[in-house]
Write a protein that binds this ligand. Sequence first.
Ligand SMILES: Nc1ncnc2c1ncn2[C@@H]1O[C@H](COP(=O)(O)OP(=O)(O)OP(=O)(O)O)[C@@H](O)[C@H]1O
Ligand SMILES: [Mg+2]
Length: 257
Amino acid sequence: MSHFFRAEQLVMRFGGLTAVNDFSISMEPGELVGLIGPNGAGKTTVFNMITGAISATSGRVVWLGEEITQFPLHVIASRGIARTFQNIRLFTDLTALDNVMVSFHHKLRANFWDAMFGLPAYRREERRIKEESLELLQEMGLAHMAMEKAGALPYGKQRRLEIARALATKPRLLLLDEPAAGMNPQETLELVGLVRELRDKYALTILLIEHDMKFVMRLCERIKVLDYGYTIAEGTPAEIQNNPEVIKAYLGSQTHA
Ligand SMILES: Nc1ncnc2c1ncn2[C@@H]1O[C@H](COP(=O)(O)OP(=O)(O)OP(=O)(O)O)[C@@H](O)[C@H]1O
Ligand SMILES: [Mg+2]
């Protein structure tokens, strides 16, 4: 069991529905793990429990040696766990740059009065945040779109902007919820390389949900499969691709759809 990050026997019940049952995972620093499964399998619910967006019915989340299970959302974020959302959440009327800068402001060191009166400490801080935000946009291939409204960006770029916003909080654990959704094959391919680069550059550990199997199989070193809230398989991409339970779960979901 990892002392870095682990979830133990997480359960989430919504009324009579058990959305997630007995979910456990252990991750070492730098790992890139995939979480897959048919629609409604409970994947996003796992992210919601880890980040404190909802409070788990039972189970534990341990992060850097400390149990964070029932900690509030913002405390968990400040401890270095960030996420992106399946349904993109950006300030659509703000520029791409401002979207990233807003994320940085949660970490502002200058105090209220400095900000209020535009004192030098605050202006210095603002300048630093702007520079770092532009660097992040550059990293994500969005520098040339910094002054465009987020809502006007093509879908694939909005997904990248979400990642930039998550990175602005300086996470060590990054949870990506369907980062390739809505991207074309070319964009998806580029995202594989980009996620690897980000992992190395920012020393990230990454858990990601994705329906695009090519993307998951290319990128992830290890994959967990959920179906109706249960973990039905875990292994390397090759093991998962040949697992009869997994094939059955996906075929079943296609017949339902
Ligand atoms: N806040 C909630 N209240 C009630 N039911 C919920 C809530 N959130 C999720 N659920 C239900 O829990 C189950 C798992 O949902 P979840 O969003 O985690 O699935 P998912 O694996 O992320 O699916 P998808 O691939 O479609 O995003 C679904 O049946 C969903 O309707
Ligand atoms: Mg989901």
